[in-house]
Write a protein that binds this ligand. Structure first.
Ligand SMILES: [Zn+2]
Length: 70
């Protein structure tokens, strides 16, 4: 068993500095997502966060094909 991480894995201190590129809110890791207090979220692919504005999804945004029951 090795404890080596892939070279692409960010060090812990780097995760704490991640901010939302859209509104500069602090981001926190949640599984395979980085979530901000702003409601934006960004995918973490292979241990690397993809902080691209076009990836931003707001939790309150309507999901295509899904309708909310009244
Ligand atoms: Zn944001």
């Amino acid at each position: 068993m090795g404890s080596r991480r892939p070279a692409t894995e960010l060090p812990p201190e780097a995760w704490e500095r991640l901010i939302c590129p859209s509104c500069r809110a602090r981001l926190a890791r949640d599984g395979d997502w980085l979530r901000g207090d702003c409601g934006h979220r960004y995918p973490i692919l292979h241990g690397v966060p993809h902080l691209l504005p076009e990836y931003a999804e707001r939790d309150d945004a309507p999901v295509p094909g899904e309708t909310r029951a009244p």
